[in-house]
Design a protein around this ligand. Structure first.
Ligand SMILES: Cc1cc2nc3c(=O)[nH]c(=O)nc-3n(C[C@H](O)[C@H](O)[C@H](O)COP(=O)(O)OP(=O)(O)OC[C@H]3O[C@@H](n4cnc5c(N)ncnc54)[C@H](O)[C@@H]3O)c2cc1C
Length: 335
């Protein structure tokens, strides 16, 4: 039996943007694949949280608030998303936001794909030229074994290393060399101090007190819903804090930042809802100048936002998406 028989079946660990891009490209090329994601919903860091405050629903894009395209290649991709109604321009042709929310983008990309959410890949083992993949389902913790011809890790480097270590497999040197930095964000609903005040959609801050930017998610005369993103430096020094510890610090810094651009009247009593969130693996601290990693011998690949592309131009969501396509192309080429 040849290496590519039985028919190629690819397991993709992670249904964030890189995993979804990979799965769509494989499907386009007639290669069957299954996406596993340990989260209840897919999209990874392209996520949206909905909360009700005082009888009103607010949606917070507490992961990526926007997606940036540096290359014409990715600019064409995001233009398609705008065209199909999953996104809207913030700055044509380079910056989009999901429409109505960030999570709309992964949800639309997942249409027609085989996605197993609440399903964590625990380990993989090589047997008879195939990968036996062990996954654990939530919430019942049941364990499942499936056989695949190829495995792709479409997740931050630490998460890929965890599975390889649990599988007692070697770590490729490129994978060993990268790591991620955290980001603290906070979702706030504030009562307007002045009903005529309208905030700009994005407020860039000087990071003096740790606030990097504030993205307005919704505003009317009475209230504004905001996502506050703390700076890399603040997030790294405060990484060990609990949510309860971090929340009041972020709230105070946010109100000070708002007061610098607005009426100066915002006090803690104006805060109707606050919830901090720590992304432990928010962004890679460095990137590899490659499109993806793929071993034809092992039939194992890696993609994600820790790849900067062959010319080092890809960043963030763009890097995730284009590296997902690149690994799918490698699989199609060698199968
Ligand atoms: C606060 C914040 C702000 C950002 N702002 C921007 C921005 O303005 N512009 C921009 O372009 N980008 C931004 N980004 C970056 C962007 O969100 C990411 O680059 C992109 O979403 C990464 O996609 P990914 O598929 O590589 O990884 P992820 O989205 O992290 O997806 C990986 C998935 O793998 C799953 N997973 C991991 N291990 C396992 C396992 N063992 N089994 C099953 N599933 C597993 C995880 O649950 C996750 O869903 C931001 C990110 C953050 C956190």
């Amino acid at each position: 039996m040849s290496q590519s028989s039985p028919q190629s079946r690819v397991a993709i660990v992670g249904a964030g943007l890189s995993g979804l891009a990979c799965a769509r490209e494989l499907k386009l090329r007639g290669i069957s694949c299954t996406l596993f994601d340990r989260g209840r919903s897919l999209g990874g860091r392209l996520s949206t949280r909905e909360v009700r405050v005082g009888g009103q629903s607010f949606r917070f894009n507490h992961g990526a608030p926007a997606l940036h395209a540096n290359t014409p290649e990715f600019q064409r991709v995001i233009a398609d998303w705008v065209e199909m109604g999953a996104a809207r321009w913030l700055q044509e042709p380079r910056v989009i936001a999901g429409s109505p929310s960030t999570q709309t983008i992964p949800e639309r990309l997942a249409s027609g794909l085989d996605v197993r959410s609440s399903s964590s890949v625990v380990s993989i083992a090589r047997a008879d030229g195939c990968w036996d993949l062990r996954s654990q389902q939530y919430p019942d913790n049941s364990v499942r074994f499936d056989e695949y011809s190829n495995v792709v890790f479409a997740c931050p480097p630490e998460q890929a290393r965890r599975v390889l270590e649990a599988s007692q497999l070697g770590i490729p040197e490129e994978l060993a060399a990268v790591s991620s930095i955290p980001a603290w964000v906070c979702m706030l609903v504030i009562e307007k101090a002045n009903e005529n005040e309208m905030f700009p959609s994005t407020i860039r801050c000087d990071s003096a007190e740790g606030v990097a930017s504030i993205h307005i998610q919704h505003q009317d005369k009475r209230r504004a819903a905001l996502v506050v993103t703390m700076s890399d430096a603040w997030s790294m020094t405060q990484n060990g804090r609990t949510i309860e510890d971090a929340e009041p610090l972020i709230m105070k810094a946010s109100l000070n930042a708002l007061n610098r651009v607005a009426s100066g009247l915002y006090q803690l009593r104006h805060v109707q809802f606050a919830q901090a969130h720590r992304w432990g693996l928010a962004r890679p601290s460095s990137r590899i100048d490659m499109a993806c990693l793929y071993s034809t011998a092992l039939r194992m690949g890696f993609c994600g936002d820790w790849f900067a592309g062959p010319h080092g131009h890809w960043v963030d969501a763009e890097a995730a998406y284009l590296s997902g396509i690149a690994v799918a192309e490698q699989i199609a080429k060698h199968d």
